[in-house]
Design a protein around this ligand. Structure first.
Ligand SMILES: [Mg+2]
Length: 367
């Protein structure tokens, strides 16, 4: 069913994508809201060249990576449920995974779980990791809309938007959606719907659909320029795509003008909304020769450094693979072992001979 997952390079690309996303997130964690001038004051004239202590340590990830992990967990659980029961609502699985994330942010389980759930405690393997229970400047839109779901049980969607937000909180968590299907239209739709749970503006969710398709193509080994072209065609099939399409075109045009600088990157935007988080990340990935330089370029600007670091990291980690990542970053990266294990579990679940048995289903239970 998912033949491409058996390609030997896919494991390295998937792990690389998740790990590099987390590294980029951690590199930008301290300076999420700082100008490039302030970044140079803090980190020196070259800007950020290594982890800077943030949230009480070095290599600490933020909400971008936390939520990305819950996205991947949701896909594994929905896939396992579909195997066992014949069907599963993957969007519901995503919603409830994000409710578990909300609980890690200090919201009591009774208020986070949603009115349809009577589960006495959050379940599954991922949430057993205490390091996830830490607030790292969580996005207010994500937080607020998930709290609202906890009260009402009303799910946001593309057809029934919850708000008019185009913040980058949808796209920043969407990379794992790439695994769900080999059908690009289906992937785009799931990427968009996953974001529409919390973000109702087209650029808030179309960015996520585009990113899911792009990530899928990269994991399959498609070179970035053609992957962007294919993802952009998929984007164009959706209403109100223009803002995201224009943002990508600006990134492509600027990429023709040589290596990135903070000033060039900032000319594309701040990265705090869906369309520029994606376009700035694509720009950096197109204009750098390796993962190391891409990760640094992606966080050295005046905008939402951890989110562009995270999204760009997802892209270049898939392009260059796990082995291309700087060892001193991997060694100090928070939750590294959990990230690697979750990636491997995803490949196991999506493989033809997926695990069965009580252990696995306790690890990845229904919803
Ligand atoms: Mg963040």
């Amino acid at each position: 069913m998912h033949d491409w997952l058996h390609f030997p390079a896919v494991r390295s690309r998937l792990r690389g994508s998740l790990l590099a996303g987390a590294i980029g997130d951690a590199l930008g964690a301290k300076t999420e809201f700082d100008s490039i001038d302030r970044i140079r004051e803090i980190a020196g004239p070259d800007g950020i060249t290594d982890f800077i202590p943030a949230y009480g340590g070095v290599g600490r990830i933020t909400d971008d990576t936390q939520m990305t992990l819950f996205t991947l967990e949701a896909l594994i659980r929905a896939h396992a449920q579909r195997r066992r029961e014949g069907s599963a609502d993957v969007v519901q699985s995503l919603q409830l995974a994000y409710q578990r994330w909300l609980h890690t942010q200090g919201v009591a389980w009774e208020r986070a779980r949603g009115p349809e759930s009577d589960s006495p405690a959050p379940d599954g393997w991922l949430i057993t990791h205490q390091e996830l229970f830490s607030r790292r400047a969580p996005g207010l839109t994500c937080f607020g809309e998930l709290e609202a779901y906890g009260r009402t049980g009303k799910r946001g969607s593309v057809d029934h938007p919850v708000n008019n937000s185009k913040g980058c909180g949808g796209v920043m968590r969407a990379a794992p959606i790439a695994l769900w299907s080999e059908n690009l239209a289906e992937l785009f739709t799931l990427g968009a719907e996953s974001a529409a749970l919390t973000h109702g503006h087209p650029s808030g969710y179309l960015s996520s659909g585009t990113f899911a398709v792009l990530m899928h193509l990269l994991l399959r080994g498609e070179p970035l320029p053609s992957a962007v072209a294919i993802a952009r065609l998929e984007l164009e099939r959706h209403e109100q795509h223009e803002e995201q399409s224009v943002a990508l075109d600006q990134a492509l045009a600027l990429a023709g003008e040589g290596p990135p600088t903070p000033e060039k990157l900032e000319s594309l935007g701040q990265g705090n909304v869906g369309e520029t988080a994606l376009s700035m990340s694509v720009y950096v990935a197109l204009t750098t020769p390796d993962a190391d330089s891409a990760l640094l370029a992606s966080v050295n600007h005046s905008g939402d450094s951890d989110s562009t670091g995270s999204v760009c990291g997802n892209l270049v980690g898939a392009m260059y693979g796990e082995q291309a990542l700087r060892a001193s970053w991997l060694d100090r990266l928070e939750l590294r072992a959990v990230i690697e294990r979750l990636a491997d579990d995803a490949l196991a679940e999506f493989a033809d001979d997926a695990p069965a048995g009580d252990d696995w289903y306790q690890r990845y239970p229904n919803y």
